[in-house]
Design a protein around this ligand. Structure first.
Ligand code: NDP
Ligand code: OXD
Length: 305
C-alpha cells in the first residue's frame, strides 16, 4: 500500500525513519512510504501545503490527504481535492506553541526588555503585577489556543477564551469578541485563516483594547489589518506586537514591521510539526482508514478549518 510524502526534501529523512516505525506500532504492516509513485496507485497522501502538488485529480484511489500542518488555508478550497482532508493535531506542535506563547507572554508581563537592554543603567525597582492581575484574551480555543490558555491559567493569568461556537466558560459572537477585547492586556490570536477571520483585528476592534495592550499573533498574518495595527502602535494605543506570521512570508525586507521599535518579528517558528510525534498521528489515521473507522481531525471544507 503506497503512501506518498509531498513535503520539502529536507523532511524526507525524518519521515523515512519515523513514519514506518509509527505505522508498525499502529499495526499497519503493508504500507510503503515513497516520494514518487503512479498517482493512480497511491492510497494516502501525506501533504505539506508548501509542496507543489495542486492537482489531486489523478489520485483516484487515494483514501485521504493527511496534512502535515495545523493550518489548511492553502488547500481547503482546492476544488480538485475530493478526498477527506485531515489536519495536523500533533502533541509536538502543541508543546512548541505553548512554549512560544508562554515565553512571549511572560516577556511582556514581566517587562523583561527594560532590564535586558538598559544602557542608562536605570535602577527602577518597580515590580510587575502578578499574573493573576494581568488579563489575557485568547482568540481561538482549538487544539492550540486551549492548550496555551491552560498553560497560562496554570500560571494564574485570568484567560478569557473566544471562539466561533458557544461553549461553557467561553465567549463567542460579536458581542463576546468586543467584551473579550475590552479586557485584554495581552491578546493572543490563535485563529485559523478563513474568510470570517481575515482582518478580524481591524481598526475598530483594535480600538477596543485597553491602552498599552500587547498583541501576540502566532495564528496567521491576515488575521490582522497591518495598516490599522501600525497606526495603533504609532499612536501608542497598542504597546507592542509580537508577530510570528505574515501575509507574505518571508516578511519582505522593506516591511515597516522590521524596523518598528514596538514590533517583534519571529519568522514563523512558533510551532513546528515534529516527525516523531506527527508520524503517530498520521499512522493512527491510516490505521483508521484501513479498518473503516472515522478519520481523526477532519477538516470541515465549508467552515474552512
Ligand atoms: P483548531 O481548528 O483546533 O482551532 C481553531 C479555533 O479557532 C477554534 O476554537 C475555532 O472555534 C476558532 N475559530 C475558527 N473560526 C472562527 C471564527 N470565525 N470566529 C471565532 N472563532 C473561530 O486550530 P488549531 O488550534 O490547531 O490551530 C490554530 C491556527 O494556528 C492554525 O489554523 C494555524 O493558522 C496556526 N498555527 C500557527 C503555527 C505557527 O508556527 N505560527 C503552527 C501551527 C498552527 P470553534 O472551537 O468554535 O470551532
Ligand atoms: C501550521 C504552521 O499550520 O506551521 O502547522 O503554521
Amino acid at each position: 500500500m503506497p503512501l506518498i510524502l509531498f513535503a520539502a526534501p529536507s523532511l524526507w529523512p525524518e519521515y523515512r525513519d519515523a513514519l514506518p516505525a509509527a505505522l508498525a506500532e499502529a499495526g499497519v504492516d503493508d504500507a510503503t512510504l515513497v516520494t514518487e509513485a503512479d498517482p493512480a496507485k497511491v492510497d494516502y497522501i501525506v501533504y505539506a501545503p508548501a509542496s507543489p502538488l495542486r492537482d489531486f485529480t489523478p489520485y483516484t484511489r487515494t483514501k485521504a490527504v493527511l496534512n502535515l500542518w495545523a493550518g489548511v488555508e492553502r488547500i481547503v478550497g482546492n476544488a480538485t481535492l475530493t478526498q477527506p482532508l485531515a489536519r495536523m493535531v500533533d502533541p509536538g506542535l502543541t508543546e512548541g506553541m505553548v512554549e512560544w506563547v508562554v515565553g512571549h507572554t511572560l516577556r511582556h508581563h514581566l517587562g523583561m526588555d527594560r532590564h535586558i537592554v538598559n544602557p542608562g543603567r536605570v535602577w527602577d525597582p518597580t515590580c510587575p503585577p502578578l499574573a493573576r492581575e494581568r488579563p489575557v484574551t485568547m482568540l481561538g480555543m482549538g487544539a492550540l489556543g486551549a492548550a496555551c490558555a491552560n498553560a497560562l491559567r496554570a500560571l494564574h493569568f485570568p484567560v478569557t477564551g473566544w471562539s466561533r461556537t458557544e461553549k461553557p466558560g467561553q465567549l463567542h459572537g460579536e458581542h463576546g469578541l468586543r467584551k473579550a477585547l475590552s479586557s485584554a492586556q495581552i491578546l493572543i490570536a490563535l485563529l485559523p485563516k478563513t474568510p470570517e477571520t481575515e482582518n478580524i483585528l481591524n481598526a475598530d476592534r483594535l480600538a477596543l483594547l485597553p491602552k498599552g495592550a500587547v498583541i501576540l499573533n502566532p495564528g496567521r498574518g491576515p488575521l490582522i489589518d497591518d495598516s490599522a495595527l501600525l497606526a495603533a502602535l504609532n499612536r501608542g494605543h497598542i504597546g507592542h506586537a509580537t508577530l510570528d506570521v505574515f501575509r507574505v512570508e518571508p516578511l519582505p525586507q522593506d516591511h515597516p514591521y522590521w524596523s518598528h521599535p514596538r514590533v517583534t518579528v519571529t519568522p514563523h517558528i512558533a510551532a513546528d510539526t515534529r516527525a516523531f510525534t506527527a508520524s503517530r498521528v498520521i499512522a493512527e489515521n491510516i490505521r483508521r482508514g484501513e479498518t473503516g473507522e472515522p478519520f481523526l481531525h477532519l477538516v470541515d471544507r465549508v467552515r474552512g478549518y
